[in-house]
Structures are given as C-alpha cells and as structure tokens.
Ligand binder design. Structure first.
Ligand code: PLP
Length: 359
C-alpha cells in the first residue's frame, strides 16, 4: 500500500532527500563520521551551511542587502525575536488577524512590551476569509505582521497587502518556497523548516540589513545582528536540520524552483478544491480567492461522519487528514513534497467514500 502523509507539520519530505540522508548517514563525504557527528566548526559543515544559504538565495532571488539567518526555537521564537529586533522606534506593530498563528504572533509581541493593534480580523467569520488592510496610518507602526499562509484555517495571501512605507513582516512558515513572493516586499520573513524545508528545529529568518542592530544587548539567542555577525553560529546550530534543509533546497532547484512548485501546488490543490466544490457531502469553507495552496480544510458538518472518514482514510494509507482541533473536520496539507499522485489518491478515496455514503 502506498502511504501518503497529509500532516500539517512535521510534514512529508521528498523521497530522494530521505534516500540521500540514508546514503550519507554512516559516513558523510567519506569522512568516517555521520552528519550528526560532525562539528559545526569543521570545513565540512562550513560547506553545508554556505551551500544552503546560497541555494536559498538563488531560489528566492534574495537581494544582497538581506541577511539569511538560521535560528532554533521554531516560528514561535520568532514571534518574540521579530518585535525585539524590529519594533524599536514606535514600539507598536500592526497585525492582520488571519487566524491562530497571527494571534500567537500578536500575543508574543505583547509579552515583550510591544503594543499590538489589530488592523483587521476575520475572527467573526471563523477566518474563512483573509483580513484586509485599509487606511494604514504611516509613522505609527514599526511594522505590520502578516501570516502569508494560515496553516490551520487554510487561507493564503496571493497578493501581499500594500503597507506603503511601513515595513511588512511575513510569517511564511507554511508556504515557504511553495508559492512565489518577492522578498523585497518584506522587511523580514520567518519560516519554520518542518513543512517545506525538512526537519523541525530550524527556522529561517530573512531580514533587510538596515533593519537590524538597532538595539544593543538583546538576549543573544534572538539577536539578529549577532546571528548575522556570527554566520548563524553563535552557539551550536542544528547541524542535522541545516544539512537536511540543504538537501531539500538542492532538490527544489532540480525540480525547477519555486515557480515550478507553485505550478504543481496549484494543480494539486485545484484537483482537491474542484472535487470538494462539486461534492454534496463535503464543503471547503474558505472563500475561493483566499484559498491556500498548501493547507486545505474541509468538513461534512457531522463529526461522526468526519471521524469515520478519517479512520477509513488512515486504514487506506492516507495519513493525518484530521483537521486541527480548533477547526474540526479534515485538513489535507499538500506541501511541495506531496506528489500529484497523493492528491489524486485522496480525491479517489473521497469520491468512493461519498458514493458509498449516498448509497
Ligand atoms: N507560524 C505558522 C504559520 C505555523 O503553521 C506554525 C506551526 O505550525 C508556527 C508559526 C509555529 O511554528 P513552531 O511550531 O515551529 O514554533
């Protein structure tokens, strides 16, 4: 039986990358040491991190005046780090409340004493649409925070809100390298690795260099300037996760880069949305224009049917389609590593389940 893993993260990885990891595991580049044993102060690791950075720069067309930083602590630590590093003039940020992760970002910013203004929220309609930025007052906010893709609610910005001269900070955790954005539209981008870049424990920050170094003596592990100076090796970095991310980046390049990923993700998600929109049993609740390419929630409206469906899907090798506990129903995550065949297998299964249901 072919297994497809629709988890929202940690998520499925490209099969060739897993094979490469297996091959490399006993002895990396004939060093006699496994990757997990090599020192971060070795030339072997220098090659790994330098290649990973360069490949990411190539894939995202990152301009030279942006730093690429490798952090630990997940997307969540960046909800603390971004305001500490970037909310230095007004100590106030704007937030587009598009769901759980936007709300978490706002909460963590408040905890470090930054004032958070919710500029728009779609909470009252259960986040089935994206909030919209209107009449942004300039010279008020250090930045506006958005979640480019809402992993739980299944919305995504295909067009980035225009914040004028106010900086934009984007949490791209769940559509990083899965959809095309211009780095220049953001002052900073953050993304946890465990969805589209490999292994949990690594978080990427891309930040314009004129925005950093404004505050002195930040806690070291969240200090963008310090990490930039130390080439992300202030302390022991997550060596294995950076190595795995490097392999994923090479795989992405071989596949044709982000434009090709976006094309594939449109095709995979289109297949599933088309089926759901024509189904009499299932509903995809998100407004069409705001739909995510990578996380697709759907419901029947009957929790018992949902539970039965999820258990039968699991038995058929279609894993982790249970919706997030805050939303219920089902959710299929179709990140870069999910092949078209996986989306097809899910649609085939849902079609058959629906036919049996109405029989
Ligand atoms: N931001 C988004 C959009 C996410 O989906 C997640 C986790 O799923 C996070 C932030 C938090 O990431 P982490 O668990 O790495 O802290």
């Amino acid at each position: 039986m072919t297994i497809y893993n629709f988890s929202a993260g940690p998520a499925t990885m490209p099969q060739p990358v897993i094979q490469q990891i297996k091959d490399d595991l006993p002895s990396y580049k004939n060093s006699g040491m496994s990757v997990m044993e090599i020192s971060h102060r070795s030339s072997l690791f220098d090659g790994i991190i330098a290649d990973a950075e360069q490949d990411l720069r190539d894939l995202m067309n990152i301009p030279d005046n942006y730093k690429v930083l490798f952090f630990q602590g997940g997307g969540t630590l960046q909800f603390t780090a971004a305001p500490l590093n970037l909310a230095t003039k007004y100590h106030r940020i704007g937030l587009l409340d598009s769901g759980h992760w936007a709300d978490r970002a706002g909460d963590e910013a408040s905890r470090v004493g930054v004032k958070v203004d919710v500029l728009d929220s779609t909470k009252d309609i259960k986040y089935t649409e994206l909030p919209v930025l209107k009449d942004l007052k300039q010279d008020t906010y250090d930045y506006v925070h958005i979640t480019t893709n809402n992993t739980i609610e299944g919305t995504a910005y295909s067009k980035i809100p225009d914040t004028g001269a106010t900086e934009l900070v984007g949490d791209q955790s769940s559509n990083f390298l899965a959809q095309q954005y211009k780095v220049e539209d953001f002052g900073a981008i953050m993304a946890g690795a465990q969805k589209n870049l490999g292994i949990a424990g690594l978080t990427i920050v891309i930040v314009r260099d004129d925005l950093i170094g404004k505050v002195k003596n930040l806690p070291s592990m969240v200090d963008y300037e310090l990490f930039a100076k130390k080439n992300s090796m202030f302390n022991t970095p997550p060596v294995f996760a950076i190595y795995a991310a490097g392999l994923v980046l090479k795989w992405l390049k071989e596949q044709g880069g982000v434009p090709e990923m976006e094309r594939r993700n449109l095709k995979k998600s289109g297949l599933l949305y088309d089926y759901l929109d024509n189904s009499k049993l299932f509903t995809a609740p998100v407004k069409k224009a705001d739909r995510s390419l990578t996380n697709i929630p759907f419901i029947t409206g009957d929790p018992d049917v949902d539970a039965d469906l999820i258990s039968k899907a699991t038995a058929a090798g279609l894993l982790n389609i249970k919706g997030h506990r805050s939303v219920g129903g089902m959710r299929a995550s179709l990140y870069n590593a999910m092949p078209y065949e996986g989306a097809q297998a899910l649609v085939d299964f849902l079609e058959k389940y629906e036919a049996d249901y109405w029989r």
